[in-house]
Design a protein around this ligand. Structure first.
Ligand code: PGA
Length: 254
């Protein structure tokens, strides 16, 4: 059985004092027994990683970055390497978030190199995929999911330390959540594509998070779907009570 995985993507929000208060709130407020049912991580802006790693020590809450470059070091002004993320105390990194695809033009080969470099360095990866509203309305949802998966997945890349995050772009930050049925349909398709690229064992093992306006009041129903294995949460991960509500939703889901 796949264990739920709920990660908070803080994006470019909060200052360090607010971030520390949020981590305190999570440490104090997570319900008893959460570790056995849900993997939990927070993904703050890069400069907060090292101080928050110290604060998270011993908490079992994971620490992820929101992006990385594929080179280990060198003249790449403004970039951060997987090795630096490890050095800061990270255990995972989000790659290919739709905002990276949309605003920073990230695609194809670059994303594959990033995922390969992060995995080779020893980080776990959350790899994001998902269609825009125009693509959904044009009936291209499955084609986009398939393309995004094939950009990175293949016989040369193991999914052992990869989580897929299906995030329909039209649901991100809009308050418009995919219905549980829409999420399940996309997740089931995603898993069937992974079975084609790899095999049914790999497909049965890989965790697929849903992302896009996940909140405490829809988390349980979304994660109650058989192929939804957690959530990548933006807005609702910025307040301890909201994020904890989502983790409780996961604990009650199945
Ligand atoms: P949201 O963002 O929960 O604010 O919609 C999700 C994400 O972008 O990961």
């Amino acid at each position: 059985m796949r264990k739920f995985y709920v990660a908070g993507n803080w994006k470019m929000n909060l200052n360090l004092a607010e971030a520390k208060a949020l981590v305190d709130g999570l440490k104090q407020g997570l319900p008893a027994g959460w570790q056995s049912k849900v993997d939990v991580a927070v993904c703050p802006p890069a400069y907060m990683l090292a101080p928050l790693a110290a604060q998270l020590k011993g908490s079992n809450i994971g620490l992820g970055a929101q992006n990385c470059y594929f080179e280990p070091k060198g003249a790449f002004t403004g970039e951060i390497s997987p090795q630096m993320l490890l050095d800061a105390g990270c255990d995972s990194v989000i790659i290919a978030h739709s905002e990276r695809r949309q605003y920073f033009g990230e695609a194809g080969d670059l994303l594959k190199k990033k995922v390969q470099a992060a995995l080779a360095a020893g980080l776990k990866v959350i790899y994001c995929i998902g269609e825009t509203l125009a693509e959904r309305e044009a009936g291209k949802t499955e084609a986009v999911i398939s393309k995004h998966l094939r950009e990175v997945c293949g016989p040369d890349l193991s999914l052992d330390n990869v989580t897929i995050a299906y995030e329909p772009v039209w649901a991100i930050g809009t308050g418009k959540t995919a219905t549980p049925a829409q999420a399940q349909e996309a997740h089931a398709f995603c898993r069937s594509e992974i079975a084609k690229i790899y095999n049914t064992n790999v497909a049965a093992k890989v965790r697929i998070q849903y992302g896009g306006s996940v909140k405490a009041d829809n988390a349980c129903e979304l994660m109650g779907q058989p192929d939804v294995d957690g959530a990548l949460v933006g807005g609702a991960s910025l307040k301890a009570a909201d994020f904890i509500g989502i983790i409780k939703g996961a604990m009650e889901a199945r």
